[in-house]
Design a protein around this ligand. Structure first.
Ligand code: ATP
Ligand code: MG
Length: 273
């Protein structure tokens, strides 16, 4: 359904992404790993046309994604919703309005100016927040929520677009282990229940191993690994991260596993699960 062929992006003399090719047959949960500067964000941004490619091709269900223009390009961008490390919410705006922003690209300019949302959209937004366990936060300002809650608002906003693909750029990099797990669990559940593809840049190996069906490893713009999480041995990881023998998994770990039991107990207390 998705195929990427020799995708390349140069910034001056730097090849941020260098002839990357892979294809995805059915909606999968894909993790992209690699050290800082490896090209992970640039790859995601090219996928949803936030950044232009220098060369190569992206096809989705037969469509030539890089050739899309105008309304067709905007439709594609709403088919692949982005989630960012810093949530990118409007801090002073209430949670529901932030979620309703996910419908912006199909509303008229006038409706946008007057902040008018169809009642059906408002109910849908609250349903989605409910599904993510944060409906009771709906009326609060986004800035009043915890990081994990804010990221779930961002996921809700993405779901308002009813996307086929969710592109997540380091979705848990700013979160503590407990919130990281809540957010990853939410993404995994959306993937499984709705059949949406998820492609997430992840900075920790344990998260990639735990949540992904497939992991792509990048190093200096090149794709150096493409396999199942169980193939991601320490040796392979060392190669992806370009580290020497002193490479330690701890350095790329949020130790979610270790904190798992503690986190679950804490979440049970705050009635998140
Ligand atoms: N807008 C830009 N202008 C110039 N160079 C850029 C730009 N965006 C990215 N680069 C360069 O492209 C390379 C890949 O950057 P990218 O942000 O994709 O890496 P990354 O793997 O997402 O890193 P990180 O883990 O730090 O987020 C880097 O060398 C970076 O400096
Ligand atoms: Mg990045």
């Amino acid at each position: 359904m998705l195929s990427v062929d020799n995708l390349t992006r140069h910034f001056g003399r730097t090849a941020a992404v260098d002839r990357v090719s892979f294809s995805v047959e059915r909606p999968a949960f894909i993790g992209i790993i690699g050290r800082s500067g490896a090209g992970k964000s640039t790859l995601l941004r090219m996928l949803n046309r936030l950044t232009d490619a220098t060369a190569g091709e992206i096809r989705f269900e037969g469509r030539n994604v890089l050739a899309l223009k105008g309304a067709a390009k905007r439709a594609w961008q709403s088919d692949c919703a982005m989630i960012f490390q810093q949530f990118n919410l409007v801090p002073r705006l209430d949670v529901v309005s932030n979620v309703l922003h996910g419908t912006l690209n199909r509303r008229s300019a006038l409706a946008t100016v007057f902040n008018l949302y169809p009642r059906a959209d408002i109910y849908r937004a609250i349903d989605i927040l409910d599904r993510l366990g944060i409906a009771e936060q709906a009326a609060k300002r986004a800035e009043a929520l915890s990081g994990g809650q804010q990221q779930r608002v961002a996921i809700a906003r993405a779901l308002m677009q009813d996307p086929k693909i969710i592109l997540a750029d380091e979705p848990i990099a700013s979160l503590d282990p407990m919130n990281a797990q809540v957010v990853m669990d939410a993404l995994r559940r959306i993937h499984e229940e709705d059949g949406r593809m998820v492609i997430a840049n992840l900075h920790t190996l344990d998260t990639a191993r735990r949540y992904c069906d497939r992991v792509i490893g990048m190093r200096a713009g090149r794709m150096v690994f493409d396999g199942r999480p169980e193939q991601l041995t320490t040796g392979v990881a060392r190669d992806i991260y370009g580290a020497d023998a002193s490479f330690s998994e701890q350095a790329t770990s949020t130790s979610i596993e270790a904190l798992d039991r503690v986190a679950r107990a804490a979440m049970a207390e705050t009635e998140l699960i």
